[in-house]
Design a protein. Structure first.
Length: 221
């Protein structure tokens, strides 16, 4: 039975994915390097010319395969769920890139920094909705949990490990095929350092009101 609580959680989830993709699109336009999470997908775009949305799907399939190796089992239901989410997220990224490209191009370093700052806050808004909804994780986050369980690491340390590995693979691809760091730059470092802090502040002030909004709708029903 579909309840108003489930509908609102799904709405928050979709909005979270949309804002997350919008933030990534702003970081791509900034041209200062994207966040560790999206670095592999953008590196694949730079080396193949395929849209970021499609390379996001490809990267997420790769993340799922690594999960299978770590867990030593293939879960078909999880595969379907994670790939559907990856396709949806990839679609959002291609759409939001088109939207962001309509805006004035960041031709100066000040404009690029402004786009980067906007991306940090928009990504954080997206993550707030994404995590608050408590719906299935995307493959990259599910992989982080798999690393945590497989190597008995705290989630925070597993997150750092997965980000570092992702950035290294992305940087290597760009160096080999486009002779530059490509998707990796100062923006990557800034995102890794500050998105978590911004998200923490947003959770402090906005997560409980979101949760109350969802729960009250169920109580009223």
């Amino acid at each position: 039975m579909v309840t108003s609580k489930k509908v609102k959680r799904f709405v928050i989830y979709l909005l979270g994915l949309f804002f997350l993709s919008l933030g990534i699109s702003f970081s791509i336009q900034a041209g200062l390097g994207v966040s560790p999470v999206s670095s592999l997908a953008y590196a694949l775009t730079l080396t193949t010319g395929i849209s970021v949305g499609m390379t996001t799907v490809a990267a997420n399939i790769f993340y799922f395969l690594i999960q299978v190796i770590l867990k030593k089992r293939f879960e078909f239901k999880q595969f379907v769920i994670q790939i559907v989410i990856a396709f949806l997220f990839g679609l959002f990224i291609d759409v939001t890139l088109l939207v962001v490209k309509v805006l004035p191009a960041p031709d100066t370093i000040v404009a690029r920094i402004a786009y980067l700052m906007i991306s940090l806050f928009v990504v954080s808004v997206g993550l707030l909705g994404y995590f608050t909804s408590k719906l299935p994780f995307m493959p990259y986050d599910a992989l982080t949990y798999a690393i945590s369980e497989r190597f008995h690491l705290k989630f925070s340390k597993a997150k750092i490990a997965s980000d570092v590995i992702n950035v290294c693979i992305s940087g290597a691809l760009c160096l080999i095929f486009v002779q530059s760091l490509g998707s990796i730059g100062i923006g990557t470092v800034v995102a890794a350092c500050f998105i978590g802090k911004i998200l923490g502040e947003m959770i402090k002030y906005f997560q409980q009101p979101l949760i109350k909004w969802v729960i009250l709708s169920e109580q009223v029903a």
